[in-house]
Design a binder for this molecule. Structure first.
Ligand SMILES: NC(=O)c1ccc[n+]([C@@H]2O[C@H](COP(=O)([O-])OP(=O)(O)OC[C@H]3O[C@@H](n4cnc5c(N)ncnc54)[C@H](OP(=O)(O)O)[C@@H]3O)[C@@H](O)[C@H]2O)c1
Length: 253
């Protein structure tokens, strides 16, 4: 029987690496995607002790780069069972005249368009293999947090995109959205964010929850107390949620 392979974008990032490790340990082959060849190679070497690993350079924000990666992956002749849309960036800045439109564009191209590109390229093969598309969203995929207009536009955008795709495909394709609360990863270090006062999960904790939900073929998984509480508060008491969030959050978290 052919081994099942999982494609993971942003594979050597904080959550990407943790997900790669979990799926490799669970017996999946991996196709690691990322922009930096050296980092991909290092991770490939590390995980090769556990499973069969391939890596492909891919800038998800670039359609041509995604098409090139698709051809390389299809040439491998492996059975692709899941696409994990994990690569993502953030830009934290209240929306005003100082807001940088080039940063907004880069974020939308990465977090939203990149997911759409890879989903389109692999949709047929995933349907054929009764596969899954797992997309890493955020609390900011369903509830507002100040300073994150671009990030919210990307993650809310994914919500809309996959809700329609799910309705179109019905049970032909397993689509799962993961909504983790804060995770201690590079995305946070890059933005000089301090979340000491708040619930922060490790990438390993989040990756294990995602794998568990994937195994159970869930369509949504809320990871961490903050994710669950924010969901209910914003849904049933939106004004209360917004006032509380404004008090708790500033551009340093
Ligand atoms: N950390 C959190 O608190 C948190 C909470 C909820 C959801 N999330 C989501 O979790 C996912 C993973 O983020 P993380 O926290 O693990 O951040 P991270 O450590 O910064 O990892 C992000 C990864 O994405 C890659 N990437 C960025 N732009 C790319 C592009 N254009 N093409 C290909 N790869 C690209 C980065 O690689 P390069 O080195 O090439 O930039 C890096 O490997 C993201 O979707 C994020 O929105 C994070």
């Amino acid at each position: 029987m052919l081994k099942d392979y999982v494609i993971i974008t942003g594979a050597y990032g904080g959550l990407g690496k943790a997900l790669s490790l979990v799926y490799a340990k669970e017996g999946f082959g991996l196709i690691l995607l990322g922009r930096k060849k050296k980092k991909l190679q290092e991770l490939e070497n590390e995980l090769s002790k556990i499973s069969e690993i391939e890596s492909v350079v891919c800038d998800v924000s670039n359609w041509k780069s995604c098409q090139k990666a698709y051809i390389q992956i299809m040439d491998m002749g492996v059975k692709i069972k899941a696409l994990i849309n994990n690569a993502g960036i953030t830009y934290i800045q209240n929306f005003d005249t100082n807001y940088k439109i080039d940063k907004y564009q880069e974020l939308i191209n990465t977090n939203l368009n990149g997911v759409v590109y890879l989903t389109q390229l692999f949709i047929d093969v995933l349907i054929k293999n009764k596969g899954s598309i797992i997309t890493i969203s955020s609390v900011i995929g369903y509830a507002p947090v100040i300073g994150r207009t671009a990030y919210a536009a990307s993650k809310f955008g994914l919500e809309g995109f996959f809700s329609v795709l799910g309705a179109e495909q019905d049970d032909k394709l397993h689509i799962m959205m993961a909504y983790p609360t804060f995770i201690q990863t590079q995305i946070r270090d890059n933005s000089n964010l301090s979340v000491k006062k708040y619930e922060v999960l490790t990438a390993d904790q989040v990756a294990n929850k995602i794998f568990d939900a994937y195994s159970k073929k869930k369509s949504k998984v809320y990871i961490g107390k903050t994710a669950k509480l924010s969901y209910y508060l914003y849904k049933y008491l939106p004004n209360f949620y917004v006032n509380l969030m404004r008090k708790k959050v500033n551009n340093k978290i």
